[in-house]
Design a protein around this ligand. Structure first.
Ligand code: HEM
Length: 300
């Protein structure tokens, strides 16, 4: 990490900025609780915030630490200790896996909050512009140090690997990308077969090879599978674009296939044993689907 003096220089952060932030302290202290409440409303609108701030104990500790951070921001003292503290905050977020995107978004919220309050307090004046400038600098410095400690953590973890390990990691990543693409191509192929199955069901229905009721049910079953395959392709595309992968989409296809079988078997009175077996399979997949979905929602 650069020396804290160099960081201040790079951001053109002068003793005048330090003085202005100190002057702002009594003004901004009034808004501390309002800031914490609004920031928390904002953070909990981020889709996976609960994954990190998962219980009352962590939330209370975080709120306490946020208050300290807020007061330090307007303390007027930005020495080596201050910078070390910031660096540690970055490391803590990184070690918990909090996405940098969430930190950037929260900082953007913080900047808007501060500007709103300064505008309310000082109106549109030269004084207000200078305060906004100094607040902007200290927030950017904070974000810079937070993000840098993330990158340093990532680099140091990577540097620990030997050259052979690094090559293996790269090769494995390329192979994984290839497999992802192969999966998508296979899904495209399969969707053609499912369309074929749908067409075959319609054909059998139209030429009267199957009973009217059976024809409609088989067609609906094929449509259900087609819908599930489309969902699965959607998930795989999201995954290729860098998102996660919903295992539940795979189970959705299995559910659709078993439901189709049940619908068809239900029309034949001789197939009671088959129907019972399908029922049990459906129940098991259904339970796994429910449990997985419950966990995904908890994670959100
Ligand atoms: C304005 C943005 C934020 C600031 C200024 C901030 C500040 C802090 C500070 C000062 C700490 C204490 C670090 C230490 O122990 O030294 C901390 C910890 C933590 N932060 Fe943040 N944070 C921010 C955003 C977020 C967001 C968006 C999340 C998650 C969605 C998050 C999750 C956490 C968690 C889980 C901890 C550890 C709490 C514990 O168990 O002690 N923070 N944060």
């Amino acid at each position: 990490m650069e020396s804290f003096d160099q960081i201040k220089k790079d951001f053109d952060f002068t003793p005048k900025d330090e003085e202005r932030l100190k002057q702002l302290k009594p003004v901004m202290e009034k808004y501390l609780d309002e800031y914490i409440n609004e920031l928390y409303d904002f953070i909990f609108r981020l889709p996976k915030a609960k994954q990190y701030l998962k219980n009352e104990e962590i939330i209370n500790r975080h709120k306490k630490k946020l208050k300290e951070w807020y007061l330090d921001l307007f303390s007027g003292v930005y020495d080596e200790r201050y910078f070390e503290k910031l660096h540690k905050v970055g490391e803590v977020h990184d070690s918990l896996g909090v996405p940098t995107h969430y930190i950037n978004a929260s900082f953007n919220f913080t900047r808007r909050f501060f500007i709103r309050k300064i505008n309310e307090e000082f109106g549109y004046s030269r004084e207000r512009n200078l305060y906004v400038e100094s607040v902007g600098k200290i927030l950017d410095i904070n974000l810079d140090v937070f993000t840098k400690s993330y990158i340093e953590e990532e680099i140091s973890r990577y540097m620990e690997f030997s050259r052979l390990e690094k090559k293996l990691i790269k090769a494995a990543k390329r192979f994984k990308d290839f497999l992802d693409l192969a999966l998508l191509v296979s899904l495209i192929f399969i969707s053609f077969f499912v369309i074929g199955l749908l067409g075959f069901d319609v054909y059998k229905f139209v030429i009267g090879e199957v009973h009217f009721e059976e024809g409609i049910i088989a067609t609906l079953g094929s449509l259900l599978i087609l819908w599930a395959v489309v969902e699965l392709m959607g998930e795989e595309i999201k995954h290729l674009k860098g998102g996660g992968f919903a295992l539940t989409a795979f189970l959705g296809v299995a559910l659709a296939a078993v439901i189709r079988k049940i619908l068809i078997a239900s029309l034949s009175p001789e197939d009671t044993k088959k129907l019972l077996a399908y029922g049990i399979i459906l129940l098991i997949i259904g339970i796994v689907y429910y449990l997985l979905n419950k966990n995904v929602k908890k994670g959100d």
